[in-house]
Design a protein around this ligand. Sequence first.
Ligand code: E4P
Ligand code: PEP
Ligand code: MN
Length: 449
Amino acid sequence: MSTLGTAAPPAPIQWPDLPAAQQPEWPDPVALDEVRAELASYPPLVFAGECDELRTQLAAAGRGEAFLLQGGDCAETFAAATADGIRRRLKTMLQMAAVLTYGAGLPVVKMGRMAGQFAKPRSSGTETRDGVTLPAYRGDAVNDYAFTPEARIPDPRRLLRAYHTSSATLNLIRAFTTGGFADLRQVHEWNRGFAANAANARYEALARDIDKAMRFMAACGTDFEALRRVQFWASHEALLLDYERPLTRIDSRTQTPYDVSGHFVWIGERSRQTDGAHLDFAARIRNPLGVKLGPKTSPDDALEIVERLNPDNEPGRLSFITRMGAGAIRDVLPDLVRKVTESGAAVTWVCDPMHGNGMTSASGYKTRRFDDIVDEVRGFFEVHAALGTVPGGLHIELTGDDVTECLGGAMDIDDAGLAHRYESLCDPRLNHQQSLELAFLAAEMLSQR
Ligand SMILES: O=C[C@H](O)[C@H](O)COP(=O)(O)O
Ligand SMILES: C=C(OP(=O)(O)O)C(=O)O
Ligand SMILES: [Mn+2]
């Protein structure tokens, strides 16, 4: 009897029962089981071979031969997954990447906090408004933002919608980035528009240099057709184990597990306990990984994470995404980087200048100062320059829209201005303009290295 095509499917992965931080309390276990089974039957969103290629590119970033730009919403929403919304976020990222490519003189690895960033860890499990206390909003994959008891009940069927929304988002990103939308000439024209605005005179010199470089390339007969397509990677925080585990599959090429919900996943500051389920999950999958490190991280914590997640010391496997705060980075980062480097660990160092700089404005908005964000990026470059180590990239919460969520920038958004268009359901994002300003400033810092 022929056994062609009848090979037994790989045995399902057995996940150990470990404490898992920040998981929703799903009220209906039967519905949850059905959802997990359904997710397990869905096709992968990404191919394991793509994850391997990204690992190679992140290794290059770790050596200073490329630079990572990772950015997108704090919390993606189902409602914002429209053609226009996705296009504007992608456009912002492409514009930033073009400026950084010039500043760094290096290829920029472009990665969205997109197509999967639907779950949030929270400081508190509840939210109180006007004396009414309800479960906290944990992202569209878990519950609804509306402040009613019904809306805030975790509903596992939202995990299915998170998958389908991720699928549609990634499909459009792939179409845009291979179909001509990412053409460098077009991206450059958009950036010329930004620099032509009087408010951005500060960036004129750099914009002029880039313009000259473009004309030089054209005069040399550069094959611009080859610059019509870009690679764009999808990433999100691997927070909800009921989503990530069913989407973890055995790769047929290597017989090893990959989380096929995104190319790159990271473990957040609030769920990276060394004896917890998230680090165990990350250790088992072959995707390139990020781990967020806050200002209280000790060098021993970092070394333990290296040991757990990258015992073979594979370059590109592990990125440390530091989020220290502008006031702390110059004090806290050096010891961490020095000790990790002395251990011989190959790590790609990435700066998240957002999550250590949160504050509440006088009028009560959760916000961040643009200047603090810039200062943390500057501190990140300074620390790595002083140690002779490599600043590998930036991790930014941003949107392509003209929201008013972060204070400052060339438009000088003030506290009163925050109310004008504050739309984030979780953390404040740089708007389109502020994102480009940050890219220009970071490009200047990179070009001065
Ligand atoms: O995105 C990061 C966290 O989820 C967020 O900062 C937590 O915010 P909270 O303190 O409002 O819960
Ligand atoms: C939750 C986040 O960050 P952190 O884990 O660094 O707090 C985030 O990136 O939105
Ligand atoms: Mn956030």
